[in-house]
Structures are given as structure tokens and as C-alpha cells.
Write a protein that binds this ligand. Structure first.
Ligand code: GDD
Ligand code: MG
Length: 362
């Protein structure tokens, strides 16, 4: 048996309004709920039993995955009445583990798409005798993450979550959101209160002489916490830049799910996904975007690196760039929206006057 805890209780604030009715891990990425990719990868790495640490919109997880048998996993759901933070959630979920004190337990943030060798991280943990092994990755701008400098042997020297001053930016190596804990170490996290594993548990373990082992690799890695990352992750899956056992179709420029209708005179590219019940009319150009179930993209629109929510509609001739359109919102015809705009769920934007191009000189 090999066990894991999956942290899926966050509110997904940076992805609003997409996360108004759907928790971040259940948003559709590459055609299926994002978490399905993580669960399938964990199962492929030999994980057999996963405790899901839920809080925000908790009941939707069990509705989606039931007992987990469809994915070859045993799934257990634990709900925090009030969010306990990442460390508190791990401690709370641990009450439902079966592993003994000396056994390794994997812990995953629930919003990471990565090509990490999960089985290798666990095997290396066992061999090293570390208290915690942390997957690390390098990013061009580490400020939104936890910085984790290591020595030449990979031993973690500090843990600096979301650094605020220039002096704190000591490395481009960050916490990639996957750990192996020796079970007994989880049991040292205080129970029944909010704890941040990044701000409290890891720095505390380092102060008390704990052995934290960093494992840096250069496999694909993306945190799907922002709209830009969310559409990129989905497009990268569809285009095959990252493998997933859960991708519901062949890789290519677009994935049109069964039950979607994309007109043959629509252009779909850049890793676009059209989900079931969605309609794309002739002349529409949909690039690198996610069109969620039941949405309607009218004729002659341009939808570029955007997310169109469930049952939302985009009127004829409208242009979206890096936009996020909430569930049920209606963008009337001929709206050229500013890049990066977010439209709340259910909002109706009136039609705009048709733009007439400059008359051609006689
Ligand atoms: N159950 C539960 N309860 N889960 C939570 C809670 C909570 O109170 N708070 C957050 N989570 C879950 C989120 O759902 C997510 O899957 C994970 O914990 C991490 O939370 P994020 O909100 O996505 O954190 P982040 O992206 O700002 O930072 C974290 O991830 C980075 C890598 O992507 C940190 O671990 C950073 O150190 C790390 O670099
Ligand atoms: Mg995150």
C-alpha cells in the first residue's frame, strides 16, 4: 500500500469568477477536471489510497470521484469546517491514514501539473532517511512561491514563503508543491488549529535540526492558480507538451469532446478544448482557449487564450483576449473586450454598434 494526501481545500481566489461554483481542482483542464490528471498520475506511480483534504465546496469532490475505483484508487474525503491552512489540513487528513510511523506519505498541492517522477521521489526519500523530501523546480520569477535554497547535497537550508524584500530572493529554486513526509513527522504538526506548512512547519523543522531534502528536476511544471496558467496548462495538455494518462483524446491543435458542436468553418487551434454541449459557430476563431460545457461561441468571434464559462455565450463579432467569462454570462454581439478582462457569472453585456472599417477611397 502507498498513501497520499491531496490538498484541495483552497478557495481559488485568483481564478474567480471560475471558482464561484467549482473548486479550482475540479475546473476542466485538457477536457477533464484538473484533479483527474493528478489522481491518474499518482495511481500510475503506484499510489493506492488517497485522502482528499477538502474545505471550499467540499461536497463536489465526492460527487465527482465517489470511492475512486474508476481510477483504480481508494479515495477518502475529509472536510475542514473552517480551512485549517496547508499544514493543518495535512495534520487533519493524517487521522485517516493507515501508514505506520516510519512509512513515507506523499502530499500534493491540488493545483500542480507536473512531469515529476513521483515514484522516484518516494524511493529516494526512503533511501535518504530524510524527515521530508520536497520536489523543487526553478522559475524565472520566484516571488509568488516558496523559495527553497539547498546546499550542494540537496539539504534544505531555508524556506522563504512569498518573499517580500529583494534580500529574501536568494534563489530561483522553489517549492513545487509535492512532498514525501515520514508519517511520524506529520504527527508533530499541531492538531485543531490553522497551520501553514510553508510558513510554520518547514521553518520549524529546520530550526529543530530536521533533515529536509530538496529534489530539483527540470520536468514540466505549472501551478494552475491564475487564469493565464490555467489556459496554458489546458493547452499544453491538448498539444502533448505534458503527458497525462487522463487526457480524453489524442493530442493535437484542438480537442472537441463528444457532445460538443464545432462548425467545420470554425478555426480551433493552439490547444483549444470545446467541452460537451458547447457550440462554436462558423467563422469563429478559438485559439488556446477553454470553452466549458454548454457555452456558445457565435459566428465571426475571436477567442484568444480565454476561458468561457459554463452556459456562457459570446455574441457575433465579439473579441476576447486572455479573458475569463463567468458561468452563464452573456457577452452581446460586437464587444471588443479589453485584454485580461473578467466578467462575473450571469452578467449580461449589451450589444455594441458594429465597427465599420474606414471607407475605401474611390
Ligand atoms: N484542505 C485545505 N485547507 N487545502 C488548502 C488550504 C486549506 O486551508 N489552503 C490551501 N489549500 C490547498 C489549495 O487548494 C492548493 O491545492 C494547495 O493547498 C496550495 O494552495 P495555493 O493557494 O495554491 O498556494 P500557492 O500556490 O499560493 O503556494 C503554494 O504552492 C506553491 C507551488 O505552486 C505553496 O506551497 C508554495 O510554497 C509553493 O511554491
Ligand atoms: Mg497554487
Amino acid at each position: 500500500m502507498s498513501e497520499a494526501i491531496l490538498l484541495v481545500g483552497g478557495k481559488g481566489t485568483r481564478l474567480r469568477p471560475l471558482t464561484t461554483f467549482t473548486p479550482k481542482p475540479l475546473l476542466r483542464v485538457g477536457g477533464v477536471p484538473f484533479l483527474t490528471h493528478q489522481l491518474a498520475r499518482a495511481a500510475a506511480a503506484g499510489v493506492t489510497r488517497i485522502v482528499l483534504a477538502t474545505s471550499y465546496l467540499a461536497e463536489l469532490f465526492e460527487q465527482e470521484y465517489g470511492d475512486g475505483s474508476r481510477l483504480g484508487l481508494e479515495l477518502v474525503y475529509v472536510t475542514e469546517k473552517e480551512p485549517l491552512g496547508t499544514g493543518g489540513a495535512i495534520r487533519n487528513a493524517a487521522d485517516h491514514l493507515k501508514s505506520g510511523p516510519g512509512e513515507p506519505v506523499l502530499v500534493f498541492n491540488g493545483d500542480i501539473l507536473s512531469g515529476l517522477d513521483i515514484a522516484g521521489l518516494r524511493a529516494g526519500h526512503w533511501a535518504s532517511g530524510a524527515d521530508v523530501s520536497l520536489h523543487l523546480t526553478r522559475v524565472p520569477d520566484p516571488r509568488a512561491f516558496g523559495l527553497v535554497p539547498t546546499d550542494a547535497d540537496g539539504r534544505v537550508q531555508a524556506f522563504l514563503e512569498k518573499p517580500e524584500t529583494a534580500e529574501e530572493i536568494v534563489t530561483d529554486q522553489i517549492n513545487a508543491g509535492c512532498y514525501v513526509f515520514t508519517r511520524s513527522v506529520i504527527d508533530t504538526i499541531p492538531a485543531g488549529r490553522e497551520v501553514s506548512v510553508e510558513r510554520e512547519t518547514f521553518p520549524g523543522l529546520l530550526r529543530s535540526g530536521g533533515f529536509l531534502r530538496g529534489v530539483t528536476d527540470d520536468s514540466y511544471w505549472l501551478d494552475l492558480g491564475t487564469p493565464t496558467a490555467f489556459v496554458k496548462g489546458s493547452a499544453d495538455l491538448v498539444r502533448g507538451l505534458i503527458d497525462s494518462p487522463a487526457l480524453p483524446g489524442a493530442t493535437g491543435e484542438a480537442l472537441v469532446l463528444p457532445g460538443a458542436q464545432a462548425h467545420e468553418q470554425a478555426i480551433l487551434n493552439g490547444g483549444t478544448v470545446i467541452c460537451e454541449g458547447a457550440v462554436v459557430e462558423p467563422g469563429a476563431v478559438v485559439e488556446g482557449s477553454v470553452v466549458l460545457p454548454g457555452a456558445r461561441i457565435a459566428a465571426d468571434t475571436l477567442v484568444h487564450r480565454s476561458v468561457v464559462g459554463r452556459q456562457a455565450s459570446i455574441g457575433t463579432g465579439s473579441v476576447l483576449r486572455e479573458a475569463v467569462i463567468g458561468d452563464g454570462a452573456q457577452v452581446g454581439p460586437h464587444n471588443e473586450l479589453p485584454a485580461g478582462v473578467r466578467i462575473a457569472c450571469g452578467v449580461e453585456l449589451p450589444a455594441q454598434a458594429v465597427r465599420v472599417s474606414a471607407p475605401i477611397a474611390a
